[in-house]
Design a protein around this ligand. Structure first.
Ligand code: ATP
Ligand code: MG
Ligand code: MG
Ligand code: MG
Length: 569
């Protein structure tokens, strides 16, 4: 690329609404321009970096077996009504009507559409596992769009959705995505941390967020440097996870019972058929005491909540089920939802323990799922420390008992999530299993904030002069700055020659042939953050030298002309 034919929109001043360094620098470097709150133009320089992020994400998604497709941004309301989210999603969902007054949404995410694809296309267990992904524009009417592309309203996401015939399959699909994410963020060159992000009631932790560590992050992360414990402090959903982790592993192992036996015991106890045992979560409150205690009960299959509410649960006198309104008020989400629960009230939440409260019929944990069932806390296992992780401080003991906690700030750049049958049950996405019996597909979903990654990368890599791009996502890898391109034949010839060599070598190089003064040229490319710079001038050429400076280097180095291209390739 030649700078004279490229668009360089660098600015001296940052816009008044830019609070954090990445927002300021992205505007000043000419990467983005605001169109409306949380809505941006991506100018050519910005788009180059976005495309590089996308390319890495695509490569790793394909390597992990993902199949790329493309779903519509505009989605019919009917699908959202089927899943229940037309009502539940709230004002972040941008709704619109077409000319016939039909309702639509602009997709903030695509579980509904992809579940619709799956129910129409997947008929047999033989067609799974399958993982569909796309890189696409999302719209979320964020209450407080800010920080430029970090919390936009319109933004680009890579979203993937896995479909499996059972939980074991989901675990495997989830593991693959988790590993792909580790590769992606490593390749991009970010300092990141995978963090437990939910109640962990299915398969250990059913959800992880990937956070880029940065002071300006909106999330607080508690982690233990001497173990693998890490949780999002602001996700109060981490509470039950911590309760589970508090139980010593050996004790859990000793009392471990296989999942099937557990389900049978529960089915017998609740007097419901086996195929309807433990899976989704309902919530109950206990009437005793001023603060209601909320318990999580796991039920599997197409259980009928009304049947259970009608008193089919022996030993449940003294309890009542929370009303849907209460549950939504406390957790910000309706019953039966398997995703992260957000508590507004300080409640004691222990995964799975309604069953424990109701009877002592079986004590133990499913080793795979790693949740405790039927435990009489204090008698069978040590009383769990239900630490309110929202108030943890640096130096507090880690809930896993393996050290003390550190606290840092993080930017959520990715999220992997075990959905289970939430959408497939709501939308009737079934397949025929090995016995020809219809079963709901078991789903996972996996997001990466493509555009947010740019902001996050800058938050980790900048100085007073501007952005310092990690090489993998820099808009250009090398800039050639000739001193007097329009005046000196020697300089022009050498610059053109180097340029041709680097293009030939497949390097993303820009030749600054604008004829700007050196100060202006250097300031522009330092602001834009190009990792490598070669300066070609008459004085150096007389001695057969070219000046090289890495974006992080304090001083330039003189290189023999013939080594210059090699140094930056
Ligand atoms: P947040 O907690 O920051 O609001 P989220 O949990 O709502 O994010 P997800 O639904 O998990 O987001 O979406 C997957 C990914 O999309 C996130 O991990 C994040 O990287 C990105 N993302 C979400 N919201 C935005 C936004 N408003 N602007 C830019 N990227 C976003
Ligand atoms: Mg959000
Ligand atoms: Mg989040
Ligand atoms: Mg998330």
């Amino acid at each position: 690329m030649k700078a004279s034919r490229f668009f360089i929109g660098t600015l001296k001043e940052a816009p008044a609404d830019a609070e954090i360094v990445s927002h300021k620098l992205m505007v000043r470097a000419g990467m983005i321009r605001r169109v409306a709150g949380g809505i941006y133009n991506y100018l050519p320089i910005g788009l180059r970096s976005i495309r590089k992020v996308e390319a890495i994400v695509r490569e790793e998604m394909n390597r992990a077996g993902g199949l790329e497709l493309l779903m519509p941004a505009v989605q019919p309301a009917e699908l959202w009504q089927e899943s229940g989210r037309w009502v539940q999603y709230g004002p972040e969902l941008l709704r619109l009507k077409d000319r016939k007054q039909n309702d639509f949404v602009i997709g903030p995410t695509h579980e509904e559409v992809v579940t619709d694809i799956a129910r129409n296309q997947i008929k047999s267990y033989r067609q799974m596992p399958v993982n569909f992904y796309q890189i696409q524009t999302k719209f979320r009417d964020e209450i407080r769009p800010r920080f430029g592309v970090m919390r936009g309203r319109e933004f680009t996401m890579k979203d993937a959705y896995s479909f499996d015939k059972d939980m074991a399959g989901l675990q495997e699909s989830y593991r693959k995505m988790y590993e792909a994410y580790v590769r992606i963020f490593t390749r991009i060159g970010l300092e990141f941390r995978a963090v437990a992000a939910d109640n962990g009631s299915i398969g250990g932790s059913g959800s992880h967020e990937f956070h880029v560590i940065a002071e300006t992050g909106e999330d607080s992360i508690a982690y233990c440097p001497t173990s693998d414990f890490a949780a999002n402090v602001e996700a109060a959903d981490a509470l039950p996870l911590i309760a589970e982790r508090a139980a010593p592993q050996e004790a859990l192992k000793k009392t471990s019972t296989p999942g099937k036996a557990k389900c049978e015991a529960v089915a017998e106890y609740l007097n419901i058929p086996l195929e309807r045992t433990i899976k989704s979560i309902v919530l109950a409150t206990e009437n005793e005491g001023a603060e209601p205690t909320i318990w999580l009960l796991m039920l599997r299959g197409d259980h009928d909540l009304n049947e259970i509410k009608a008193g089919k649960l022996p030993g449940l006198s003294g309890y009542r089920f929370a009303t849907e309104e209460e549950i939504v008020e406390w957790f910000g989400t309706p019953p039966g939802y398997l995703g992260p629960l957000k508590t507004k009230k300080p409640v004691k939440v222990i995964a799975d323990t309604t069953v424990a409260k109701m009877s002592d019929f079986v004590v133990g944990s499913n080793e795979v799922d790693f949740h405790t069932t039927g435990v009489n806390w204090g008698r069978d296992l040590p009383e769990p420390v239900v630490a309110d992780i929202r108030n943890v401080r640096r130096g507090d003991p880690s809930p896993d008992g393996k050290g003390t906690l550190e606290i840092c700030r993080g930017i959520e750049v990715g999220h992997v999530f075990q959905l289970g049958a939430k959408y497939s049950e709501a939308m009737n996405a079934t397949f025929l299993d090995e016995n020809g019996k219809p079963q709901p597909m078991i789903m996972g979903c996996y997001g990466i904030g493509i555009t947010r990654i740019l902001g996050a990368a800058i938050e980790q890599n900048f100085d007073e002069r501007g952005i310092i791009w990690p090489e993998a996502i820099a808009p250009f890898e090398v800039v050639l700055c000739p001193m007097g391109y329009d005046r000196s034949d020697a300089v022009r010839e050498q610059a053109d020659k180097l340029y041709a060599q680097l293009v030939e070598a497949g390097i993303d190089v820009i030749l600054d042939d604008r004829g700007e003064r050196p100060g202006v040229m250097f300031a522009d490319w330092e602001l834009i953050g190009v990792p490598h710079r070669l300066v070609i001038g008459d004085r150096g050429l007389k001695e057969g030298k070219i000046e090289y400076q890495g974006r992080r280097d304090a001083e330039p180095t003189l290189l023999p002309v013939e080594e210059a291209a090699v140094t930056v390739t």
